[in-house]
Ligand binder design. Structure first.
Ligand SMILES: Nc1ncnc2c1ncn2[C@@H]1O[C@H](COP(=O)(O)OP(=O)(O)OP(=O)(O)O)[C@@H](O)[C@H]1O
Ligand SMILES: [Mg+2]
Length: 250
């Protein structure tokens, strides 16, 4: 994956704001995530992390501020255009089709819905092979013909990620990949992120599991009340007083 701008910057926001009625979810958030890194975005419940993802992926429109990706303004771009620019994402409340098989779920991720029933027939051999190889890579190939609703929560999260990877995103935003996931799958998710990063993919990961965050991140941004209050490598963030205060109220 080649550098498209000299700064090596992936995602940047300047003064991003978003309010829901009287609730200020983003309060002038200016953040920069570098290309090629595993970045984490952490912060207490309600600090605006998911809203940040929703705004930068074009799923909701910010009230103010600006977003760039690889130096290009995407503030008003559609979710489709942002995905096309190379940004993929997963959701905090995992989005899969419960009554479709794992394989069909992965295939559906690269084709608009509406072809249900004959989905597999609508895909070329190469695409089906690629979908299977992502299932294999994520360790869930044995579930290819199992309906998503019969998979564990952690397996469904891996399935959603397989769908995102089908579009070959340069940058992947993960919203709580470890939430509700058992320890064995947690290790797999952590290992996968590092592997995929070594292959050139940039990550921004929203996560409450601090062991995971500290073990896989190159750079951590800490949100509190809709804006960053600290950032740095794990060694710095671990002992930052503002972080301890925001999280633990000390
Ligand atoms: N669609 C919405 N309508 C109204 N309020 C919202 C909406 N989305 C988010 N909020 C509010 O905005 C604030 C930020 O929410 P957000 O979901 O971004 O937080 P978060 O950091 O992702 O929290 P968590 O760690 O619990 O997932 C919260 O007060 C939340 O209740
Ligand atoms: Mg959230």
């Amino acid at each position: 994956m080649t550098e498209r701008n000299g700064s090596g910057e992936a995602l940047r926001t300047e003064g991003l704001t978003k309010a829901f009625g009287g609730v200020v979810a983003l309060d002038g958030a200016s953040v920069a995530f570098r290309h090629g890194q595993v970045n984490a975005l952490i912060g207490p419940n309600g600090s605006g992390k998911t809203t940040f993802f929703n705004c930068v992926t074009g799923m909701i429109r910010a009230d103010g501020g600006r977003t760039t990706y690889r130096g290009r303004d995407i503030t008003r771009s559609t979710p489709h255009a942002i995905a096309h620019a190379g940004v993929g994402r997963t959701f905090q409340l995992c989005r899969v089709f419960p009554r479709m098989s794992a394989l069909d779920n992965v295939l559906a991720a690269v084709r608009p819905a509406g072809l249900l029933g004959q989905l597999r027939g609508a895909h070329g051999r190469a695409e089906v092979d690629r979908a299977r190889s992502w299932l294999t890579r994520l360790g869930i190939e044995h579930l290819a013909d199992v309906e998503a609703r019969n998979m564990s929560w952690g397996q469904q999260k891996l399935l959603e990620l397989a769908g995102v990877l089908m579009s070959d995103p340069e940058t992947v935003l993960l919203d709580e990949p470890a939430g509700g996931v058992n320890p064995a799958l947690l290790d797999r998710i952590g290992g996968l992120v590092r592997e995929l990063n070594a292959e050139g993919r940039t990550f921004v990961i929203v996560e409450h599991n601090m062991d995971l965050v500290m073990s896989i991140s190159d750079h951590i941004v800490v949100f509190d009340r809709g804006r960053p209050i600290a950032e740095g490598p794990p060694s710095v963030i671990r002992s930052d007083e503002r972080v301890l205060g925001a999280y633990l109220g000390v």
